[in-house]
Design a protein around this ligand. Structure first.
Ligand SMILES: [Zn+2]
Length: 432
């Protein structure tokens, strides 16, 4: 076989082995394939043998029959050679610049019985919205805390019959708030409206009225956005069928529009029964993002960027050497904040305390801190914060650097312990 032809097969073998097998080069694979062919082994069998020999799991030669199907709900970050069977929920072209050259790509949403995943295709697809497809040899990437499926040059897309997916793949999923995650597709859920406000937003140059706020059930809370006026009121218990889940920095939220039905539920949820979930740190670390939860732990590190900082007067971002990423060199405004690593023995998060919370923890105002000399200020931060135990309430956000806990409320742990003890003695009195 001419070397050029063999190279295509070498690439195919490499596409299976890459990411699974270390220290293997295309030259090694080529040499091995060449040797099998010289012995008279048929090409397909030679390729399979090389893959097996190196511990590759299976091989896709385009028909992808040997590649095992993965459910969208089971997709992880940075997976290679993925095969899924799903419905194309949406598909749109998009022009991007690659090395200064315009290039047409396609993006959309795929859905199977386990959930949905956004995808990007670098090539034109000969399938369309609504089609059921088998996608083989795709790979996953993380983008702003959510998994994305990428369809590249080695990806094979084939149209399938609707019957290959079970009926549930097309129905909203019954769930409760703590089960919400960004790639679960549309949901069927009963919640109480804890907060709602009307907002004007601009979508594609058009003004739109939306209603956003917070929903709750017996398992937790979640933000929501309603894209039309469903006449919702604070305190109403509503049944949403067909709401979709969006996520921002890993925090899932429910979004619903004219494609969803929203009705007053027969069952009533009392807002008082909506808990603030208390989590161990490892749970917060493992979760993509959480809204209004509690964690507690010890401050094991005061991180850089704590204390007095300068902010851009235009966009409020932190300045580095008096320079804003967007607005260049500006006259900064002094602010104070704390960024601490907090650990409970099972894991740690990086927690951010804004000015109000920092002033609370330090027992000093920003102006008082400004008048201190820098050494005294950092000594005071160490004394008042380092190694203290705090109970934090807030939102846990994920980006590519990890988890940031944006604190909304903080209490010293020992105060909390006393309160817990009082509660306990009350319980005991009741029991007596
Ligand atoms: Zn700025």
């Amino acid at each position: 076989m001419p070397t050029e032809d063999l190279k295509i097969h070498v690439q195919e073998v490499m596409s299976v082995l890459e990411g699974r097998v270390d220290n293997i080069s295309a030259d090694d694979v080529e040499a091995e394939l060449q040797r099998f062919l010289e012995y008279g082994v048929p090409l397909a069998q030679a390729k399979q043998t090389v893959i097996k020999k190196h511990g590759g799991l299976s091989f896709s030669n385009g028909s992808s029959a040997l590649l095992k199907r993965t459910l969208i709900g089971d997709l992880g970050m940075d997976q290679r050679s993925v095969k899924i069977v799903a419905k194309i929920v949406s598909l749109n072209p998009k022009e991007i610049l690659v090395k200064g050259q315009p290039r047409q790509i396609y993006y959309g949403l795929l859905r199977d019985e386990s959930g949905t995943v956004p995808f990007t295709s670098w090539n034109e697809l000969d399938v369309g919205k609504g089609d059921i497809v088998e996608v083989a040899n795709a790979y996953t990437r993380e983008w702003q805390g959510t998994i994305q499926l990428n369809l590249g040059d080695r990806t094979h897309v084939e149209k399938k019959d609707e019957s290959v997916l079970p009926k549930e793949a097309f129905e909203p999923k019954k769930c409760v708030i703590k089960d919400l995650h960004s790639n679960m597709g549309t949901v069927d859920i009963i919640t109480v409206i804890l907060d709602i406000e009307k907002k004007e937003v601009e979508v594609g140059g058009e003004k739109k009225t939306v209603f956003s706020g917070v929903l709750g059930d017996e398992t937790g809370k979640t933000p929501f956005t309603a894209w039309m006026d469903f006449k919702l009121k604070k305190g109403d218990t509503i049944h949403i069928v067909g709401g979709s889940i969006r996520s921002w920095k890993g925090v899932p939220q429910i979004s619903f529009d004219e494609n969803a039905t929203v009705e007053k539920a027969e069952k009533k949820i009392n807002p008082k029964d909506v808990p603030v979930r208390r989590l161990m740190m490892y749970e917060a670390v493992e979760h993509p993002g959480l809204y209004d939860v509690e964690v507690a732990g010890d401050v094991i590190e005061i991180q850089t960027g704590s204390g007095l900082i300068m902010r851009c007067p235009e966009c409020n971002r932190m300045l580095f050497n008096n320079e804003c990423r967007t607005h260049g060199v500006v006259e900064g405004q002094v602010d104070i904040r704390l960024r601490c690593s907090i650990d409970d023995g099972t894991g740690s998060v990086s927690a951010i305390f804004d000015r109000g919370l920092s002033e609370q923890l330090l027992g000093k105002t920003l102006d008082e801190c400004k008048n201190m000399n820098p050494t005294d200020l950092s000594d005071m931060i160490l004394k008042e914060v380092f190694a203290h135990q705090f109970c934090l309430r807030g939102n846990s956000l994920r980006d590519r650097f990890g988890i940031t806990f944006l604190v909304q409320e903080v209490t010293e742990k020992d105060v909390d312990v006393k309160a817990e003890a009082q509660l306990l003695s009350k319980d005991l009195e009741v029991m007596e």
